[in-house]
Design a binder for this molecule. Structure first.
Ligand code: AP5
Length: 241
């Protein structure tokens, strides 16, 4: 990762975990925007690759359409590349890591910077809430803005407020694919909560039902918490590294 005058000890590394549709992307954008941090969202990077018809996009598309995870080696290479261009005080990982192999690869990269994962926010909401959010989600294929026809509709029907493009439903938001994505989350990604707890990272749970603004306040509160728990987490982690 390129670092100019800042040194890597002041770099904040935040990982967002949670099932599909829980609001990681929505809150991740807000956190990154407020603090000037870089957000690395592997789902967004993959969709750009699919739209661009790149080799990565062609290989990833069938996994994404089926609600399965894209192979670790493709994801890790993509994240390494994204990190190489990052120059910010913080990085928000949204949708990465998703497997223990990806988490170990991230640890390896961060070990090189002598900078472990600082905090993990685990977004939690009842399954019917996330299913409803996914069924109403519409995205702008041009600029990536996200709306929800039930919960945060665009002012003009099915048109992006930022760029005017026609909004689209993500192909993996069909009910059957959503069921598979939720199962994959439970099997492959939820165990990372215990992984990070074992590593001594500060793992904080955020209730993600409620409005975007309510969740944003809880996220701010979680990120504002410093002091003894962080210091204790750091010293526990020092024993691990
Ligand atoms: P990805 O794009 O990462 O999908 P995901 O993790 O399943 O998460 P989503 O984007 O569906 O939901 P979100 O939690 O970000 O919710 P959002 O904020 O959009 O991954 C897609 C696919 O790519 C994967 O299935 C896999 O194939 C592949 N992939 C990606 N990363 C990978 C990796 N690391 N390894 C392997 N494969 C990988 O919100 C959802 C909706 O709800 C929106 O409409 C939003 O407006 C609305 N909303 C959000 N918050 C609220 C709220 N508080 N109240 C009301 N509405 C809300």
């Amino acid at each position: 990762m390129k670092r100019r005058a800042r040194d890597s000890r002041s770099l904040m590394i935040l990982v967002l975990l949670g099932p599909p549709g829980v609001g990681k992307g929505t809150q991740g954008e807000l956190v990154a925007g407020e603090r000037g941090w870089r957000r690395i969202a592997t789902g967004d990077l993959l969709r750009v690759a699919v739209r661009g018809g790149t080799e990565l996009g062609r290989r990833a598309k069938c996994y994404m359409d089926a609600g399965e995870l894209v192979p670790d080696e493709l994801i890790v290479a993509m994240v390494r590349e994204a990190l190489a261009g990052a120059d910010a005080d913080g990085v928000v990982f949204d949708g990465f890591p998703r497997t223990e192999a990806q988490a170990a690869a991230l640890d390896e990269v961060l070990d090189g910077l002598r900078r472990p994962v600082d905090r993990v926010l685990v977004f939690e909401a009842p399954e019917p809430v996330v299913v409803r959010r996914l069924s109403g989600r519409r995205s702008c294929p041009s600029c990536g803005a996200v709306y929800n026809v039930y919960l945060a509709p665009p002012r003009e029907d099915e048109r992006c407020e930022r760029c005017g493009s026609e909004l689209a439903r993500r192909s993996d938001d069909e009910p059957e694919t959503v069921r598979r994505r939720l199962a994959v989350y439970r099997e492959e990604t939820a165990p990372l909560i215990a992984y990070y707890e074992r590593r001594g990272a500060e793992v904080l749970r955020v209730a993600a039902d409620g409005t975007v603004e309510e969740v944003r306040c809880r996220v701010r509160e979680a990120l504002g918490r410093t002091g003894s728990s962080t210091a204790a987490a750091r010293s526990r982690r020092a024993g691990h590294l």
